[in-house]
Design a protein around this ligand. Sequence first.
Ligand code: MTE
Length: 327
Amino acid sequence: MLIRRRSGHDIKSSEITSEAVYQNRRHFLQTASGIALGSLLLPLGEVLAAPEKYAYADIRGVKPNPKYQDKDLRKAITRPEDFSAYNNFYEFGTDKEDPKQNSKSFKTKPWTVKVHGLVNKPADYQLEDFLKPFDLEDRIYRFRCVEAWSMVVPWVGIPLHKILARAQPTSAAKYVLFKTLQDPTQFPMQKTSILEWPYVEGLRLDEAMHDLSLLTVGAYGKVLPNQNGAPLRLIVPWKYGYKSIKSIVSIELVSAQPKTSWEIRAPDEYPFYSNVIPEVPHPRWSQKTERVLGSGFFSSKQKTLMFNGYADAVASIYSKFDNKKLY
Ligand code: MTE
């Protein structure tokens, strides 16, 4: 019997192919939350959970990093209700609405992060201690999903290189391997074999040390919603979204290129590097254009940018490589 593999990045007709169906859903979401089509931002507090004080660090006084406050990106920031209602988080389900619906009681405190492997200073941290020595920063980044949609998000986090420098990688360390929490009592889909669990992602060490690579705890000046990867989530803005692993509990320095969850599932479709390169198509669809998340009914698609708009910052680290191998 031939069973059609439903990959996480299959574009369902209701999501990409039929704009009309997508817009119907969007209209439903908007009317469900009482927002008129085309309205401006809702007050953030009405959309994202807004505890008075963040459980792990004081997120209220977060400072914008001026290097990542591009004016044009600021104007293009995605509405937070779109950011938090249209998600990929397979541990909570495969439909875009599942993560928000199914993550309401996800327990993010206490939370332990293990930093280990080829480092001089391995440690198990409570998340508050993990974050304590560092200042949180606000950075506006583009985000591009392999499914050809994009958004712009003001993240709150700390550059990953600071965490790695504290751990002191040894000279044998060449890659960083990240793991999401493994807990089928909280993540219902971990009882299925739709992906290899826990969700695993990896970066080459120089990619991980790049200033753009950000470990995030918030967005829009608030704590990360559970469906967006609370309480600790990686953001690598020049790569397709699946590299940005959620709900991280382990950061391990290793010597060999690790196999990632999506690579194990479909190596031709989700290879290790997964840089955003418009002219290299996904095997089943083009990557030349992208749909802006939350854009209106009549809006057209926009052009995908090389390295998702971060070519000036990252192209040099790949100068020796053929682009096709880097998708
Ligand atoms: N991390 C985990 N643990 N599980 C997932 O299913 N999905 C990835 C990534 N990180 C995923 C994950 C994919 S495919 C994308 S596009 C982004 O998260 C989506 O992030 P968002 O829901 O915040 O937009």
